[in-house]
Design a protein around this ligand. Structure first.
Ligand code: ADP
Ligand code: ZN
Length: 210
């Protein structure tokens, strides 16, 4: 089973992916996490990606598609794969079609003011990448999963977040229609609390598994 999580920045893709991977024994491929890994380790890919990510724009399609194509086989040791953050435009979606067949697209829909609040309050674990919100941290500075140190992503500033929303509207949103036409799109209400979103996703996956 190959599942794509679609949604604006801050929709909760990473959070749900983390829960789903454990619950359904899936591998998690997040292109954002892959790029952050390369930036941290100062690789060639990291050097290319850094400028785009800091501006809130997309890393060029050739770079991104090549990474996914090369790494996808490494993610086949589990019952399925969750793609998180790829594809992010029509060019990438068509490229993916050529080497991988998606079973299900989960579109997490969230209102815009809530997205900005989530992004600006987000703190990410340096070790496991899990997202937390300051609202629930109550002053704690470590990860609820692994006790790692939390930090604020450089691209989670208001300015950069706004650019990321614009990129989402122009380039990623058309994927909703693209996958609707393929008959594999399922939309969940991502304005709800994370447990309630998970309940909706569970229902969809249960029907698909039947
Ligand atoms: P979010 O979904 O919160 O925006 P991600 O971690 O998925 O965060 O992505 C962070 C940044 O990484 C994006 O703004 C973009 O610059 C880059 N990136 C991630 N996935 C892709 C992709 N599929 N194509 C191009 N750039 C990407
Ligand atoms: Zn952690």
């Amino acid at each position: 089973m190959i599942i794509l999580l679609l949604g604006a920045p801050g929709a909760g893709k990473g959070t749900q992916a983390k829960i789903l991977t454990e619950k359904y024994d899936l591998a998690h491929l997040s292109t954002g996490d892959v790029f952050r890994y390369h930036i941290k380790n100062e690789t060639e890919i990291g050097k290319v990606a850094k400028g785009y990510i800091e501006k809130g724009t997309l890393v060029p399609d050739e770079v991104t598609c090549a990474i996914v194509k090369e790494s996808l086989p490494l993610y086949q040791n589990r019952k399925g794969i969750i793609l998180d953050g790829f594809p992010r435009n029509i060019v990438q979606a068509k490229a993916l079609d050529a080497f991988c067949k998606l079973d299900c697209v989960l579109n997490i829909a969230v209102s815009e003011d809530l997205l900005l609040e989530r992004i600006c309050g987000r703190r990410v674990c340096k070790d496991c990448g899990a997202s937390h919100h300051i609202k629930y941290l109550q002053g704690k500075a470590t990860c609820q999963y692994c006790n790692g140190v939390l930090y604020q992503r450089q691209d989670d500033s208001v300015e950069t977040a706004k650019e990321r929303f614009a990129v989402y509207s122009q380039q990623t949103k058309p994927l909703i229609q693209f996958y609707k036409e393929k008959g594999i799109l399922h939309t969940v209400d991502g304005n709800k609390e994370q447990d309630a979103v998970l309940v909706e996703i569970d229902k969809i996956l249960k029907v698909l598994a039947e």
